[in-house]
Design a protein around this ligand. Structure first.
Ligand code: IFM
Length: 446
């Protein structure tokens, strides 16, 4: 049976991080304040009152971290750029000292034979833009495109492919609807314009990047949605959830239209946010690739109380990560096949831009190697069934700041002691290194 050792030659191996989760150095070199700096100061917002002030101090220790990546034999490193290092207030001329950091990082990666894969927005909006309404404001999309152009002008000569947004679904729902993440707003369904404005920002930024000859991807958090039973009410609820979580952020890109959100009482203009011509900008010329962040499937039943047209149902009988997330590798196979079936020829090549698990933190992390092996086997089965998956970036290279969970969830191939900043590779690091080496040896021409 097909497994991870059968992945096609040229398949790319990587690891992911994000700026606010690893960089620290929040006051260095003119960096401006982001919504996460503000949110972390809100009493009770983050476990133990923690923040990304220091995090992994990657801003100063990036050289050591690149050596860890070189040791793994990575083809690519996915990181994000802090908008506030580049434009401290989210607009205007570049802060050269902030861009210098990414310049050094990119050169260091290339010298180690690793292709940089930057994400332009991984949730750390400049606070100055949030003060004007953040992603609830259409103007933020235009600011984002300006920022994309500024960064691409500096790094585009060495960085061939770019991810615009990370998980716009999570940012809208956690940040603007439920208030679990920055900016901590609790707008519920009134948050939907934040979906459209992020996607508009993607479209406008994509035009800036493509205009400079660069490839564009987006990283969506996607989940296969399973109805709790065959009962029509459960199936309708599952469809409604699928529309919100998956289709809302992918149909506009690949089909040029929003999904039916009538189950939410919402029309196709998302509370008046969508204007003529927007969807053409969002779907634009084809994406070079779709980034898929997969962690688990979702089981959905008919709603139990009014308000939302679905209720989440438990997934029983499977292992759980330290976070409590169900471990279902077959869900990745299911998701990849559903994407191909749903979007057919409009589906660009896929890269799994995140997948991984949090553990109890032990160095001997068999749980993580089992998790990764299971998901890579599922991915290999999907490629054997014709889905074009070009690469896999595990989340994460390092233990890091896990948003509202602070430092309590450790996702790293590498353990980080947050008191001393000592990095110690876990057993999963060695396992991943050996898998990459074995795949490369098998794929090399004889
Ligand atoms: O840490 C996050 C990351 O920032 C976005 N995707 C999910 C990861 C684990 O929760």
């Amino acid at each position: 049976m097909t497994d991870r050792h059968d992945l096609p030659a040229g398949f790319r191996w990587g690891a992911s991080t994000a700026a606010y989760q690893v960089e620290g150095a929040v006051d260095a070199d003119g960096r401006g304040r982001s919504i996460w700096d503000t949110f972390c100061e809100r009493p009770g917002a983050v476990k133990n009152g923690e923040s990304g002030r220091v995090a992994c101090d990657h801003y100063h220790r990036w050289g050591e971290d690149v050596e860890l990546m070189r040791g793994l034999g990575l083809d690519g490193y996915r990181f994000s750029i802090a908008w506030t290092r580049v434009q401290p207030t989210g607009r205007g001329p570049a802060n050269a000292a902030g861009l210098d950091f990414y310049d050094r990082l990119v050169d260091g990666l290339l010298a180690a034979g690793i292709t940089p894969l930057p994400t332009l927005f991984h949730w750390d909006l400049p606070q100055a833009l949030e003060d004007e309404g953040g992603w609830m404001q259409r103007e933020t999309a235009f600011r984002f495109a300006e920022y994309a152009g500024v960064v691409a002008d500096r790094l585009g000569d060495r960085v061939p492919a770019w991810i615009t947004l990370n998980e716009p679904f999570v940012h809208m729902v956690y940040g603007y609807a439920l208030g679990i993440h920055a900016p901590g707003r609790t707008l519920m369904l009134d948050a939907l314009p934040a979906a459209h404005h992020q996607l508009l920002g993607h479209g406008l930024a994509a035009a800036e990047l493509r205009g400079r000859g660069l490839d564009v991807l987006i990283a969506n958090n996607l989940t296969p949605v399973r109805a709790a039973s065959d009962a029509p009410a459960d199936r309708a609820a599952a469809e409604a959830y699928d529309a919100l979580h998956n289709r809302l952020f992918t149909d506009p890109l690949l089909l040029g239209r929003y999904p039916d959100l009538s189950a939410y009482g919402v029309g196709p203009d998302l509370h008046g946010a969508v204007r003529d011509g927007d969807l053409a900008l969002i779907s634009g010329p084809n994406l070079a690739g779709l980034g898929v962040n997969y962690y688990n499937p979702t089981r959905i039943a008919a709603p139990t109380d009014p308000g939302l047209p679905f209720a989440e149902a438990p997934i029983d009988g499977v292992p759980r990560t330290h976070f409590g997330w169900p471990v279902v590798p077959a869900g990745l196979y299911e998701l990849l096949l559903t994407l191909r079936e749903r979007y057919g020829d409009t589906l660009p090549p896929i890269t799994v831009t995140e997948n991984g698990c949090s553990t109890d933190g032990a160095l001997d992390d068999t749980f993580r190697t089992d998790y990764l092996a299971g998901h890579l086997d599922a991915l290999a089965r999907a490629t054997a069934h014709g889905v074009d998956v070009r690469g896999y970036y595990t989340w994460s290279l390092l233990d890091n700041f896990e948003w509202a969970e602070g430092y309590s969830q450790r996702f790293g191939l590498v353990h980080v002691d947050f008191d001393t900043q000592q990095r110690t590779p876990r057993a999963s690091y060695t396992w991943y290194r050996d898998l990459i080496a074995a795949h490369r040896a098998k794929s090399a021409p004889r």
